[in-house]
Design a protein around this ligand. Structure first.
Ligand SMILES: Nc1ncnc2c1ncn2[C@@H]1O[C@H](COP(=O)(O)OP(=O)(O)OP(=O)(O)O)[C@@H](O)[C@H]1O
Length: 358
């Protein structure tokens, strides 16, 4: 088969490429540039990210070492339109967006995948820890969790378009991270010990405040209030806070532990309350994407953020929304984050959380 591989310069996609070559496929590497190089040279890189100039150099070296052609694909424009701008406007609306999920939908498994398929490739591969398997139950190919549950990245794939699953290959999904590093080491791949990407690639210093400042937005301090309207402290700009957060603000009225309960952007106010108040019995999420056919109402498990526990739930479909009711209350259901739905290991799809139900 002719396979295009998304090569980041990290160990995972290097091994994915290597495994595909070993299986005898005709392979070409594609490395995308999401931001201009100068951006990463100017910025302090506190957290390892995926798309800096040194990653491009690593990707080129890996491709050269494994003897495959590599093409550098400029995705800066679509990345700004579909990832950076929505991230910024969601923050200003008081949401907590997940840009990696949107990048996967629109850029990696959108623009880049189209670019590769349009060159005549049969399939597109990446180093994600997830599996593509045919499901007897659903009668089609589905995405399943990676066998290494510590590394499983299926959550980030919850909103990719279903037809793409038929054309995807995730060679790493049947391995653990340790096994992948060992394969890399044995193959002599120079990034075998390279650190993982840890954060949002366009915020390498990890500071939302600096990101917004670079985008021309200055944060304003404001009041921290209780649901009853009592002022108990100050916040340093509402976009910096997320539901359930209990640090990073200035408390002026002591004696209780406060958790962010919600935000009112129009009033520049952050509402704080007790821990019980940030547990939710359900949620409403919008614009669902389903990888398989689902009935009007069904049981499944739901994850409300990348590291949340899996919550057994009943899902009801309504127009372009879903209503989810959990068996047990769930901590910090956060508007803007993704609700991903699973049947065992099988990813069913995902929707964008609009509101939590208390
Ligand atoms: N700049 C890029 N160009 C091409 N593909 C990329 C790029 N960044 C990420 N990818 C693809 O997306 C996959 C997941 O990337 P992510 O950064 O989330 O995870 P990772 O586990 O650190 O992967 P890796 O070790 O390959 O960098 C990568 O394995 C790779 O296939």
């Amino acid at each position: 088969m002719k396979v295009g591989v998304a090569l980041s310069g990290g160990v995972d996609s290097a091994v994915a490429l290597y495994l595909l070559l070993k299986e005898g496929h005709e392979v070409k590497a594609f490395h995308m540039k999401t931001k201009e190089d100068e951006f990463f040279i100017r910025k302090e890189i506190k957290k390892k990210v995926c798309c800096s100039p040194s990653d491009t150099a690593d990707a080129m070296r890996i491709a050269h070492f494994l003897g495959v052609e590599i093409e550098i694909v400029d995705v800066k424009e679509i990345f700004r339109e579909k990832v950076i701008e929505p991230f910024k406007s969601d923050l200003l609306k008081g949401l907590t967006p997940n840009p990696c999920v949107h990048c996967n939908r629109f850029v990696k498994f959108g623009y880049l995948m189209d670019y590769v398929l349009n060159q005549g490739f049969d399939a597109f591969a990446s180093g994600h820890y997830a599996r593509i398997e045919f499901s007897e139950k659903y009668g089609r190919k589905v995405i399943k969790k990676g066998v290494d549950l510590k590394k499983d990245q299926s959550y980030f794939l919850a909103r990719i378009e279903p037809w793409r699953i038929e054309r995807l290959i995730f060679p790493n999904g049947i391995y653990t991270k340790e096994e992948i590093r060992k394969i890399a080491e044995e193959a002599g791949i120079h990034v075998a010990k390279k650190q993982e990407s840890q954060d949002v690639c366009f915020i390498p210093d990890g500071s939302i405040e600096n990101f917004l400042k670079d985008e021309g937005i200055t944060l304003k301090e404001g009041d921290l209030i209780t649901p009853e309207g009592e002022v108990v402290g100050r916040h340093f700009g509402y976009p910096l806070y997320t539901i359930g957060q209990r640090k990073g603000f200035k408390i002026e009225k002591f004696g209780r532990r406060y958790y962010v309960r919600g935000k009112i952007p129009e009033k520049n106010v952050v509402v704080v309350s007790d821990l019980e108040d940030v547990f939710f019995s359900g949620l409403i999420a919008e614009d669902p994407v389903w990888h398989v056919e689902v009935p009007e109402e069904f049981k499944c498990v739901c994850r409300v953020r990348k590291k949340s526990e899996e919550a057994p739930a009943v899902v009801k479909l309504r127009d372009n929304e879903v209503e989810v009711r959990f068996e047990k209350k769930v901590f910090a259901v956060t508007p803007g984050q993704i609700a991903a739905f699973y049947d065992g290991d099988t990813l069913l799809g995902g929707a964008i959380i609009k509101e939590g139900i208390r």
